[in-house]
Design a protein around this ligand. Structure first.
Ligand code: AMP
Length: 286
Protein backbone atom coordinates (compact mmCIF):
# COMPACT_ATOMS: atom_id res chain seq x y z
CA UNK A 1 0.00 0.00 0.00
CA UNK A 2 1.39 3.41 -1.00
CA UNK A 3 2.15 5.73 1.91
CA UNK A 4 2.91 8.80 -0.19
CA UNK A 5 0.78 11.86 0.42
CA UNK A 6 -1.89 12.12 -2.27
CA UNK A 7 -1.40 15.07 -4.55
CA UNK A 8 -3.78 17.82 -3.55
CA UNK A 9 -5.61 19.67 -6.32
CA UNK A 10 -7.53 22.89 -5.76
CA UNK A 11 -7.46 23.98 -9.39
CA UNK A 12 -9.81 22.34 -11.87
CA UNK A 13 -7.63 22.68 -14.96
CA UNK A 14 -4.68 20.99 -13.24
CA UNK A 15 -6.88 18.20 -11.90
CA UNK A 16 -8.42 17.56 -15.31
CA UNK A 17 -5.02 17.43 -16.95
CA UNK A 18 -3.79 14.84 -14.45
CA UNK A 19 -6.85 12.62 -14.76
CA UNK A 20 -6.74 12.90 -18.57
CA UNK A 21 -3.10 11.72 -18.48
CA UNK A 22 -4.10 8.71 -16.40
CA UNK A 23 -6.96 7.82 -18.67
CA UNK A 24 -4.81 8.22 -21.76
CA UNK A 25 -2.39 5.74 -20.20
CA UNK A 26 -5.29 3.30 -19.90
CA UNK A 27 -5.54 3.64 -16.11
CA UNK A 28 -8.98 3.12 -14.57
CA UNK A 29 -9.89 6.12 -12.39
CA UNK A 30 -12.17 5.81 -9.36
CA UNK A 31 -13.76 8.76 -7.56
CA UNK A 32 -14.68 8.70 -3.87
CA UNK A 33 -16.70 11.83 -3.04
CA UNK A 34 -16.60 12.88 0.64
CA UNK A 35 -17.21 15.85 2.88
CA UNK A 36 -14.01 15.18 4.83
CA UNK A 37 -13.82 14.36 8.57
CA UNK A 38 -12.71 11.01 7.23
CA UNK A 39 -13.10 7.73 9.11
CA UNK A 40 -12.74 4.03 8.36
CA UNK A 41 -16.01 4.08 6.41
CA UNK A 42 -14.56 6.54 3.91
CA UNK A 43 -11.29 4.61 3.85
CA UNK A 44 -13.17 1.42 2.96
CA UNK A 45 -14.39 3.26 -0.15
CA UNK A 46 -10.80 4.23 -1.00
CA UNK A 47 -9.67 0.62 -0.44
CA UNK A 48 -12.43 -0.61 -2.75
CA UNK A 49 -11.33 2.02 -5.28
CA UNK A 50 -7.79 0.65 -5.20
CA UNK A 51 -9.13 -2.87 -5.64
CA UNK A 52 -11.18 -2.06 -8.73
CA UNK A 53 -9.10 0.73 -10.30
CA UNK A 54 -5.57 1.96 -10.82
CA UNK A 55 -6.07 5.54 -9.59
CA UNK A 56 -8.23 6.81 -6.75
CA UNK A 57 -9.30 10.43 -6.45
CA UNK A 58 -10.99 11.38 -3.17
CA UNK A 59 -12.86 14.66 -3.19
CA UNK A 60 -13.29 16.66 0.00
CA UNK A 61 -15.95 19.34 -0.14
CA UNK A 62 -18.43 20.29 2.58
CA UNK A 63 -21.28 21.11 0.25
CA UNK A 64 -23.33 24.02 1.62
CA UNK A 65 -26.31 23.40 -0.66
CA UNK A 66 -27.14 20.01 0.89
CA UNK A 67 -27.52 21.44 4.40
CA UNK A 68 -30.80 22.97 5.57
CA UNK A 69 -30.83 26.36 7.33
CA UNK A 70 -31.09 24.70 10.75
CA UNK A 71 -28.58 21.95 10.05
CA UNK A 72 -24.94 21.60 11.04
CA UNK A 73 -23.09 23.16 8.05
CA UNK A 74 -21.14 25.67 10.14
CA UNK A 75 -20.19 23.18 12.85
CA UNK A 76 -19.59 20.24 10.49
CA UNK A 77 -16.12 18.88 11.42
CA UNK A 78 -13.29 20.01 9.13
CA UNK A 79 -9.66 18.83 9.44
CA UNK A 80 -7.92 18.80 6.07
CA UNK A 81 -4.46 17.85 7.36
CA UNK A 82 -5.81 14.81 9.21
CA UNK A 83 -7.88 13.85 6.15
CA UNK A 84 -4.86 14.03 3.83
CA UNK A 85 -2.85 11.85 6.24
CA UNK A 86 -5.66 9.27 6.29
CA UNK A 87 -5.92 9.34 2.49
CA UNK A 88 -2.15 8.75 2.31
CA UNK A 89 -2.51 5.74 4.59
CA UNK A 90 -5.35 4.39 2.46
CA UNK A 91 -3.37 4.86 -0.75
CA UNK A 92 -5.41 7.53 -2.55
CA UNK A 93 -3.56 9.13 -5.48
CA UNK A 94 -5.21 12.54 -5.42
CA UNK A 95 -7.34 14.74 -3.21
CA UNK A 96 -9.66 17.15 -5.01
CA UNK A 97 -10.34 19.99 -2.59
CA UNK A 98 -12.23 22.70 -4.47
CA UNK A 99 -13.05 26.00 -2.78
CA UNK A 100 -16.73 26.96 -2.53
CA UNK A 101 -16.19 29.69 -5.18
CA UNK A 102 -15.02 27.04 -7.66
CA UNK A 103 -18.06 24.89 -7.08
CA UNK A 104 -20.53 27.77 -6.94
CA UNK A 105 -19.18 30.86 -8.70
CA UNK A 106 -21.33 33.98 -8.68
CA UNK A 107 -24.31 33.50 -10.97
CA UNK A 108 -24.47 29.72 -10.48
CA UNK A 109 -28.09 28.83 -11.38
CA UNK A 110 -28.53 25.11 -12.12
CA UNK A 111 -29.96 22.36 -9.91
CA UNK A 112 -30.53 18.66 -10.45
CA UNK A 113 -33.82 17.44 -8.95
CA UNK A 114 -34.53 13.72 -8.85
CA UNK A 115 -38.22 13.07 -8.27
CA UNK A 116 -39.79 9.85 -6.98
CA UNK A 117 -36.87 8.45 -4.99
CA UNK A 118 -36.61 11.67 -2.97
CA UNK A 119 -40.28 11.86 -2.01
CA UNK A 120 -40.00 9.63 1.09
CA UNK A 121 -37.55 8.84 3.90
CA UNK A 122 -35.00 11.69 4.27
CA UNK A 123 -36.59 13.71 1.43
CA UNK A 124 -39.41 15.40 3.38
CA UNK A 125 -37.25 15.65 6.55
CA UNK A 126 -34.50 17.54 4.70
CA UNK A 127 -36.06 19.74 1.99
CA UNK A 128 -33.55 20.54 -0.74
CA UNK A 129 -30.99 18.06 0.57
CA UNK A 130 -31.05 15.59 -2.31
CA UNK A 131 -31.14 18.36 -4.87
CA UNK A 132 -27.95 19.72 -3.28
CA UNK A 133 -26.40 16.25 -3.30
CA UNK A 134 -27.39 15.40 -6.88
CA UNK A 135 -26.13 18.76 -8.12
CA UNK A 136 -22.76 18.62 -6.38
CA UNK A 137 -22.18 14.96 -7.30
CA UNK A 138 -23.01 15.66 -10.95
CA UNK A 139 -20.49 18.50 -10.86
CA UNK A 140 -17.85 16.29 -9.20
CA UNK A 141 -18.41 13.58 -11.83
CA UNK A 142 -18.03 16.13 -14.62
CA UNK A 143 -14.95 17.67 -13.00
CA UNK A 144 -13.06 14.46 -12.32
CA UNK A 145 -14.48 12.29 -15.14
CA UNK A 146 -13.86 8.98 -13.36
CA UNK A 147 -14.66 5.53 -14.76
CA UNK A 148 -16.34 4.53 -11.49
CA UNK A 149 -17.62 6.48 -8.47
CA UNK A 150 -18.14 4.80 -5.10
CA UNK A 151 -20.79 5.63 -2.50
CA UNK A 152 -21.54 4.06 0.87
CA UNK A 153 -24.67 1.99 1.41
CA UNK A 154 -24.81 3.81 4.76
CA UNK A 155 -26.54 6.61 2.81
CA UNK A 156 -28.72 4.22 0.86
CA UNK A 157 -31.24 6.75 -0.43
CA UNK A 158 -28.38 8.96 -1.60
CA UNK A 159 -26.84 6.01 -3.47
CA UNK A 160 -30.14 5.30 -5.23
CA UNK A 161 -30.71 8.99 -6.06
CA UNK A 162 -27.26 9.26 -7.63
CA UNK A 163 -27.71 6.04 -9.59
CA UNK A 164 -30.97 7.45 -10.93
CA UNK A 165 -29.51 10.85 -11.83
CA UNK A 166 -26.54 9.24 -13.61
CA UNK A 167 -28.84 6.93 -15.57
CA UNK A 168 -31.29 9.73 -16.44
CA UNK A 169 -28.54 12.14 -17.56
CA UNK A 170 -26.55 9.50 -19.51
CA UNK A 171 -23.41 10.22 -17.52
CA UNK A 172 -20.65 7.85 -18.64
CA UNK A 173 -19.70 6.59 -15.20
CA UNK A 174 -20.48 3.50 -13.19
CA UNK A 175 -21.93 4.10 -9.71
CA UNK A 176 -21.22 1.38 -7.16
CA UNK A 177 -22.28 0.96 -3.54
CA UNK A 178 -19.96 -0.19 -0.76
CA UNK A 179 -21.27 -1.97 2.38
CA UNK A 180 -21.54 0.03 5.60
CA UNK A 181 -18.55 -0.03 7.95
CA UNK A 182 -19.58 -0.35 11.60
CA UNK A 183 -18.06 -0.11 15.04
CA UNK A 184 -17.72 -3.43 16.86
CA UNK A 185 -21.01 -2.69 18.65
CA UNK A 186 -22.87 -2.17 15.36
CA UNK A 187 -22.99 1.63 15.20
CA UNK A 188 -22.43 2.75 11.60
CA UNK A 189 -19.36 4.98 11.37
CA UNK A 190 -20.31 8.59 10.70
CA UNK A 191 -18.58 11.94 10.93
CA UNK A 192 -21.53 13.00 13.09
CA UNK A 193 -20.92 10.31 15.75
CA UNK A 194 -18.45 12.69 17.37
CA UNK A 195 -21.39 14.95 18.34
CA UNK A 196 -22.75 12.20 20.66
CA UNK A 197 -22.35 12.59 24.43
CA UNK A 198 -21.02 9.50 26.26
CA UNK A 199 -24.58 8.58 27.28
CA UNK A 200 -25.86 9.01 23.73
CA UNK A 201 -22.93 7.02 22.37
CA UNK A 202 -23.81 4.20 24.76
CA UNK A 203 -27.41 4.15 23.47
CA UNK A 204 -26.53 4.57 19.77
CA UNK A 205 -25.82 0.88 18.85
CA UNK A 206 -29.46 0.11 19.59
CA UNK A 207 -30.28 1.68 16.22
CA UNK A 208 -28.53 -1.05 14.27
CA UNK A 209 -29.71 -3.78 16.65
CA UNK A 210 -33.34 -2.78 16.08
CA UNK A 211 -32.85 -2.68 12.30
CA UNK A 212 -31.34 -6.17 12.42
CA UNK A 213 -34.31 -7.42 14.50
CA UNK A 214 -36.78 -5.96 12.02
CA UNK A 215 -34.86 -7.45 9.07
CA UNK A 216 -34.92 -10.86 10.72
CA UNK A 217 -38.61 -10.53 11.62
CA UNK A 218 -39.69 -9.58 8.11
CA UNK A 219 -37.60 -12.06 6.12
CA UNK A 220 -39.49 -14.53 3.92
CA UNK A 221 -42.34 -12.14 3.10
CA UNK A 222 -43.68 -11.75 6.65
CA UNK A 223 -45.83 -8.63 7.28
CA UNK A 224 -43.67 -5.66 8.31
CA UNK A 225 -46.19 -3.70 10.44
CA UNK A 226 -45.66 -5.64 13.69
CA UNK A 227 -41.85 -5.67 13.68
CA UNK A 228 -41.84 -1.97 12.70
CA UNK A 229 -44.13 -1.01 15.62
CA UNK A 230 -42.03 -3.03 18.07
CA UNK A 231 -38.83 -1.54 16.69
CA UNK A 232 -40.12 2.01 16.95
CA UNK A 233 -41.19 1.42 20.57
CA UNK A 234 -37.78 -0.07 21.40
CA UNK A 235 -36.00 2.94 19.92
CA UNK A 236 -38.19 5.48 21.70
CA UNK A 237 -37.63 3.55 24.96
CA UNK A 238 -33.87 3.82 24.39
CA UNK A 239 -34.13 7.60 24.07
CA UNK A 240 -34.33 8.03 20.30
CA UNK A 241 -36.74 10.40 18.62
CA UNK A 242 -37.66 8.48 15.47
CA UNK A 243 -38.13 10.52 12.29
CA UNK A 244 -38.91 7.54 10.10
CA UNK A 245 -38.59 3.78 10.31
CA UNK A 246 -39.71 1.82 7.26
CA UNK A 247 -39.22 -1.29 5.20
CA UNK A 248 -38.87 -0.23 1.58
CA UNK A 249 -38.37 -1.78 -1.82
CA UNK A 250 -34.59 -1.56 -2.33
CA UNK A 251 -35.00 -0.20 -5.87
CA UNK A 252 -37.95 2.21 -5.68
CA UNK A 253 -37.60 3.01 -1.95
CA UNK A 254 -41.38 2.80 -1.65
CA UNK A 255 -42.66 1.32 1.63
CA UNK A 256 -43.76 -2.31 1.37
CA UNK A 257 -46.19 -4.26 3.54
CA UNK A 258 -44.28 -7.48 2.99
CA UNK A 259 -40.69 -7.83 1.88
CA UNK A 260 -41.27 -10.16 -1.04
CA UNK A 261 -38.35 -8.88 -3.13
CA UNK A 262 -35.10 -7.08 -2.33
CA UNK A 263 -35.94 -4.74 0.54
CA UNK A 264 -34.21 -2.53 3.05
CA UNK A 265 -35.07 -1.42 6.58
CA UNK A 266 -34.23 2.29 6.86
CA UNK A 267 -34.24 4.64 9.82
CA UNK A 268 -33.52 8.24 10.77
CA UNK A 269 -33.62 9.09 14.45
CA UNK A 270 -32.36 11.81 16.72
CA UNK A 271 -30.34 11.14 19.85
CA UNK A 272 -30.43 14.53 21.50
CA UNK A 273 -29.47 17.01 18.77
CA UNK A 274 -27.68 14.43 16.65
CA UNK A 275 -29.49 12.90 13.71
CA UNK A 276 -28.40 9.36 12.87
CA UNK A 277 -29.38 7.33 9.82
CA UNK A 278 -28.83 3.66 9.12
CA UNK A 279 -30.24 0.81 7.05
CA UNK A 280 -29.87 -2.93 6.58
CA UNK A 281 -30.92 -5.32 3.84
CA UNK A 282 -33.89 -7.62 4.44
CA UNK A 283 -32.86 -9.68 1.48
CA UNK A 284 -29.77 -9.09 -0.55
CA UNK A 285 -30.39 -5.88 -2.47
CA UNK A 286 -29.73 -5.75 -6.20
P1 AMP B 1 -19.82 11.91 3.71
O1 AMP B 1 -18.44 12.43 3.93
O2 AMP B 1 -20.59 11.68 4.97
O3 AMP B 1 -20.58 12.68 2.67
O4 AMP B 1 -19.64 10.46 3.11
C1 AMP B 1 -18.88 10.26 1.95
C2 AMP B 1 -19.11 8.85 1.44
O5 AMP B 1 -18.73 7.92 2.44
C3 AMP B 1 -20.59 8.59 1.13
O6 AMP B 1 -20.67 7.80 -0.05
C4 AMP B 1 -21.04 7.82 2.34
O7 AMP B 1 -22.13 6.97 2.09
C5 AMP B 1 -19.79 7.02 2.66
N1 AMP B 1 -19.82 6.58 4.05
C6 AMP B 1 -20.01 7.35 5.16
N2 AMP B 1 -20.02 6.58 6.27
C7 AMP B 1 -19.84 5.30 5.84
C8 AMP B 1 -19.75 4.03 6.51
N3 AMP B 1 -19.87 3.93 7.83
N4 AMP B 1 -19.55 2.93 5.76
C9 AMP B 1 -19.44 3.02 4.40
N5 AMP B 1 -19.49 4.18 3.72
C10 AMP B 1 -19.69 5.30 4.43
Amino acid sequence: MSESIPQRFSDLVTLRRRVADWRRAGERVVLVPTMGALHEGHLALVAEGRRIGRRVVASIFVNPTQFGPNEDFSRYPRDLEADLALLARAGADAAWTPAAEIMYPPGFSTRIDVSGLTEGLCGPCRPGHFSGVATVVTKLLNQVVPDVALFGEKDFQQLRVIQQAVADLDLAVEIRGVPTVREADGLALSSRNRYLSPEERAAAPRLHAVLAEIAAGTRGGMPVAGPLAEGRAALEAAGFHVQYLAVCDARTLEPVERANGPARVLVAAFLGRTRLIDNVAVREAF
